[in-house]
Design a protein around this ligand. Sequence first.
Ligand SMILES: [Zn+2]
Ligand SMILES: [Zn+2]
Length: 269
Amino acid sequence: MGYTVAMHDGSHGPIRVISLQSGSNGNCIYIEAGGRKLLFDAGISGSCAEERLSLHGRDIRSVDALIISHNHADHISSAGIFQRKYGIPLYVTPRCLAAAQTRCSLGKLKEVHHFRSGSTIRIGDVSIHTIPTPHDGEDGVVFVVDDGQHRLGVLTDLGHVFRDLGATIASLDAVLLESNYDPVMLANGPYPRFLKMRIKGPGGHISNREAAELLASAAGGRLKWACLGHLSGENNSPELALKTHNEVLGGDLSLCVASRHTVSEVMVI
Ligand SMILES: [Zn+2]
Ligand SMILES: [Zn+2]
């Protein structure tokens, strides 16, 4: 289990975030907060997660919890492997787990902690508030990680811009926010019509402009930076996402993009 000595002032220092991968090809976000080490989602292979963490001097075997957002394979496919290979306790809602087990084979699970969507998970001194989403996964949630001093949002697979999402973002110090697609690229892109309808529909993903407008409504307040995530490989590009965000935000907020292929830098709050 992770063990960290608290600093002299009683706090655990900053929150640190590393995106190991973000996108429909697999999601995995590492966060250090309140002296704990957390992984959000397990949509990349165990060896890939281990290797990318080690590039930043982190050991996957010291992670305290793996917390799952929803049952889509790009978020849960390696959950069983993460647990068996590295001994990481799994946090998941019962409905999400049941749905995942009927679709992908997670294998034998030993240490499973159930939470209800909308409840708060407490691990040591860190609280993880879970917020239900209208995304078309089973019992899907997004997260606010709160160490008592800083608040970080992990907000992807949102469905649509639902009520209170803007207020949630305005309450954060930093956010990893979905910025999935450009509507013109989606319309002209290779996806079949049903998939285009799903992505832009109420249970799909939010667009660059929707994400940018959410950030714009929170800019000037508590929010320090945003990392754009879950970009589509076919219907978006990092350059286009940043261009749209900068148009809407006018450079008011520090921005970066979480890669679909490589590990990010260590982001600090
Ligand atoms: Zn996803
Ligand atoms: Zn999803």
